[in-house]
Design a protein around this ligand. Sequence first.
Ligand code: KIV
Length: 271
Amino acid sequence: MSVHNTPQTVTIKTLAKLKAEGEKFSCLTAYDYCSAYAVSKAGVEVILVGDSLGMVIQGHDSSLPVTIDDIAYHIRCVRRGNVGSMIMADMPFMSFYSEDVTLKNAAALMSEGAHIVKLEGGAWLSETTRLLSERGIPVCAHMGLTPQSVNHLGGYSVQGRDPDAAQTMVDEALVLQEAGASMLLLECIPEELGERITKALHIPVIGIGAGAKTDSQIMVWHDFIGMWPGRPAKFVKNFLADTDGDIQAAIALYHSQVKAGTFPGPEHSYE
Ligand code: KIV
């Protein structure tokens, strides 16, 4: 089976149009050829090669050790399996600390087959976001729980519960949108804040543990198939368990539930 060199069919424009029309889209992580093919074939709009691979593929206890070469390698694998989804590449820890380093690393991932890069951080990334987007590299900002800052945050906990922190998150999301971000990913925040930010922005907002009101949802592949050996987070649902182990059916179920707004349910969301 060869699906090499298949043209990308989902673009930033596709996702912007979906948001404008009030339609949801789905995203999943993938790190290899076969899962990327299965995910893309099911119509999932965005595949993320996330730095979560540091934990689920490499077995580290955080995403911090992941390098740009690691992401580039998995982009190459995913690209060969992709049949029309947008491929999003994570910029790993400390891969965007200066203008030169950022441009070099983002360009490397785009050359390997990424269509957009994702950067963790708030308004302090506005100049970086502007720099990349003005040079033709679309940016997805990532706010809320940003795992690359786990040592600063003191753990993986829900963010934005305090009213001042929530307001700051809304303001910083608007700053990043103004700086040229094409999308925003929100991780682990109260559902109400996820809805507030989604309504405040015209760019598509993807959520993970951010409630049902964002424009899209994302899950980590190993959570999705129930393979992560640790305790699952509240926002995790094992879709494979619902389809008797049929992976293609599990992806189709996830895609349809995200589109219909029935996943995540209140049991997967934070107050
Ligand atoms: O690295 C990753 O997989 C992510 C998701 C948790 C959204 O950033």
